[in-house]
Design a protein around this ligand. Structure first.
Ligand code: GLP
Length: 259
């Protein structure tokens, strides 16, 4: 696992945006794995602002997760968020943005269909990830199987409280159930890039990178991935025991190598 410690979220976001552009330049039909939450927003902003001239027209994108039961046009449905924050701001057509169907009557069939679509697209090339304060990735809450696939999950109270800020600070408005790619689904992406900013994420980052692999911290499963990159700012890196080593490794990396 590579750990990149940056001065600010903007610096980290720029690195990740460049990595995405490099991928798409080499593979115009790349499959992007998109994340929601506030963490990836600077990456989307950097891609939108970029002058690199990379086209997303042939890319497709898969969301990690979706709330169950929010009206399709609800502004906080993850489909709406991803369109608003990223895909509609670049030339990535809504037809090429896939999100789990949080309104499906047959939930297991919808989840199986989502897995099948990811596979049919050739799998995800680069998966962006934030991390919950409890170590969740996507909406894989603690006790999620580390080989799980897309399925329905129940959110913890903590996650609902964390996400209430998107729902007028009213926890009661945050859906209880979600559809999420599984930890196993996420691990099948070619390259996984987990981002974390701020002191509030420091315990989750330390547990992800240096803690034991455990279903109590779903993000710790990334330790099993052959190409996982963790990009964190100073505050989020504060509890890493080997921070000095990660800095040394990154400083000595050839500039052509990318993330
Ligand atoms: C939600 C999303 C996760 C995200 C997490 C962290 O629960 N489903 O994908 O990583 O929030 O959110 P934030 O980036 O806002 O801290």
């Amino acid at each position: 696992m590579e750990v990149v410690i940056v001065a600010t979220p903007q610096v980290g976001a720029q690195l990740v945006a460049e990595s995405i552009e490099e991928l798409v330049r080499g593979k115009p039909g790349a499959v992007l794995g998109l994340a929601t939450g506030s963490t990836p927003l600077p990456v989307y902003d950097a891609l939108v602002a970029s002058q690199a001239g990379v086209s997303f027209a042939q890319c497709s994108a898969f969301a990690l997760d979706e709330y169950v039961g929010l009206a399709p046009d609800h502004p906080e449905s993850y489909r709406a968020v991803l369109r608003r924050e990223f895909t509609d701001r670049v030339n990535l057509s809504p037809d090429r943005l896939f999100t789990p169907d949080g309104w499906a009557e047959d939930v297991p069939a919808a989840c199986a269909d989502y897995e099948q679509r990811i596979q049919a697209a050739g799998g995800v090339d680069l998966q962006l990830l934030g991390v919950g304060t409890d170590g969740h990735i996507g909406f894989n809450e603690p006790t999620s199987s580390l080989s799980s696939v897309t399925r329905i999950k129940t959110l913890t109270d903590q996650t609902r409280r964390d996400n209430a800020r998107f729902f007028d600070d009213d926890v009661a408005l945050v859906p209880q159930h979600v559809l999420t790619q599984g930890v196993g689904t996420i691990l099948r992406a070619q390259h996984v890039v987990l981002l974390a900013w701020g002191a509030g994420k420091a315990p989750a980052v330390a547990a992800t990178v240096e803690g034991p692999i455990t279903l109590l911290v779903p993000s710790s499963a990334l330790q099993l991935h052959p190409h996982a990159t963790v990009v964190v700012d100073e505050e989020a890196a504060a509890q890493l025991q080997l921070a000095a080593y990660y800095r040394e490794v990154y400083a000595g990396k050839p500039s052509w190598q990318g993330l």
